[in-house]
Design a protein around this ligand. Structure first.
Ligand code: FES
Ligand SMILES: [Fe+2]
Length: 430
């Protein structure tokens, strides 16, 4: 398929208030996204709490490249290329599990879960110049962690993870610090959804809920108890709710529900107090963080609603990883993070909230996947190829740290993600 514009002319395709539909539909641009974004910038591979025991692993991909995230017998979590050093076959064939060794299926080379090559069949066939220590599994070029979130980059050089996250790092803290001990359990498994649409549709959109999720919002107004109404009061997406959108730079964005939730704190604390040992959780948060910060963290409810560009989102209980498979095919993995150091009733409440909206039979996520598919379908009509993303441009403001801020239903988030996209796509390839 021919791109309507030179592929390098990304600035033409992403303008301040509009974007060309080719970036969602053109397979050639998708290939460039793999090379320029997914095979270069920092991607979240997962959270180390997924792998509590030595040998625990999860195989996945960074863009198109297969990797294994594994906790070695020495306790360290590493990300290896899932590629045998002999003739290049994948050495890990299952998605998750526990293994002391990865044995290649093809000719039987055996690797320790810390990386070194342990054994080869028929060693006498290798001469004196063959040294097993030269043939361990290959580490990703760069790996770094923040609060247990494991990130990897396939580029040997580039911004550090701290530079990449910038002001977005504090929202990973919000997620982790809903636990009074600052730690989570991510062993409950994963639920996944796959839709026939472009990966960039998984955005942060505070404008659509009034329409797509109207029936849910009506239900929240009528009842509470185990659903989102316990943390959100009234209509969190109204222009006058006090809630905001933020563009944190580098493509990182959030729907900032903190203003509305802080105003609803007493009601949320009352909900927590009705839970078995709910008061213990509140007290533990106050002792860990002091009363003022503890209350702020309780109001956040561990839900920063942040997108860390390009593939991590922290929404409610979930660590959400976005995997683009093709220009019109995307997989979304949702890992529930349970809080450590809290009564079981608090984790149950959070899980019920997650299920009620995001679960496979939830009132929200299935509708979102459906609309992403219809969006992809609509974009096939390319006679007038522009999408308008200007909502709130007239009232956007910039804070001293450079954060752009809009009202919760403004398209500040879409513009922020596309600005991040444009920066990455426009950088020269090494
Ligand atoms: S390709 Fe792995 S042992 Fe030959
Ligand atoms: Fe939605």
């Amino acid at each position: 398929m021919n791109a309507p514009h030179a592929l390098s002319d990304y600035a033409h395709l992403v303008q301040p208030d509009r974007v060309h539909s080719a970036i969602y539909t053109d397979p050639a641009i998708f290939e460039q996204e793999m090379a320029r974004i997914f095979h270069r910038t920092w991607l979240c591979v997962g959270h180390q709490a997924e792998l509590p025991n030595p040998g625990d692993f999860r195989a996945t991909t960074l863009g198109r490249q297969p990797v294994i995230m594994v906790r070695g017998e020495d306790g360290q979590v590493r990300v290896f290329m899932n590629r045998c050093r002999h003739r290049g076959m994948t050495v890990c064939e299952t998605e998750t599990g526990n293994a002391r060794f990865f044995t290649c299926w093809y000719h039987g080379w055996v690797y320790r879960n810390t990386g070194p090559l342990q054994d080869v069949p028929g060693p006498a066939g290798y001469g004196a110049d063959f040294h097993k220590e030269d043939f361990g599994l290959t580490l990703v070029p760069r790996q770094a962690s923040y609060r247990g979130f494991v990130f990897a980059s396939l580029a040997p050089t580039g911004p550090t993870l701290a530079e990449h996250l910038g002001p977005a790092a504090k929202y990973l803290d919000i997620y982790m610090d809903a636990s009074p001990v600052g730690d989570i359990d991510v062993t409950a498994g994963v639920h996944r959804t796959r839709y026939r649409g472009n990966w960039k549709f998984v955005g942060m959109d505070g404008y659509h809920p009034h329409y797509t999720h109207r029936s849910v919002l009506d239900a929240w107004r009528r009842r509470s108890g185990g659903n989102m109404a316990d943390t959100h009061h009234g209509d969190p997406f109204a222009d006058d709710s006090g809630n905001l959108t933020r563009d944190l730079g580098n493509g990182h964005v959030l729907l900032d529900f903190f203003p509305g939730r802080m105003g609803n704190l007493d009601r949320y604390l009352a909900t927590l107090r009705k839970l078995p040992q709910g008061e213990d959780y509140i007290q533990a948060m106050h002792s860990a963080h002091g009363e003022a910060r503890g209350n702020e963290l309780l109001a956040w409810a561990g839900d920063p609603h942040v997108g860390i560009y390009p593939n991590l989102q922290l929404i409610g209980v979930q660590i959400r990883l976005v995997r683009p498979l093709a220009v019109d095919d995307t997989e979304v993995l949702m890992f529930p993070g349970l809080l450590k150091g809290v009564p079981a009733s608090v984790n149950s409440l959070r899980l019920r909230q997650h299920e009620s909206f995001y679960g496979p039979a939830g009132a929200g996520s299935p509708d979102d996947a459906e609309l992403f598919e219809r969006n992809q379908e609509g974009l096939q009509a390319s006679v007038d190829p522009w999408l308008y993303l200007g909502r709130g441009l007239n009232r956007e403001r910039v804070e001293p740290d450079g954060t752009r801020v809009g009202l919760v239903g403004d398209e500040t988030t879409q513009r922020g993600q596309l600005r991040g996209w444009l920066e990455l796509m426009s950088e020269a390839l090494a």
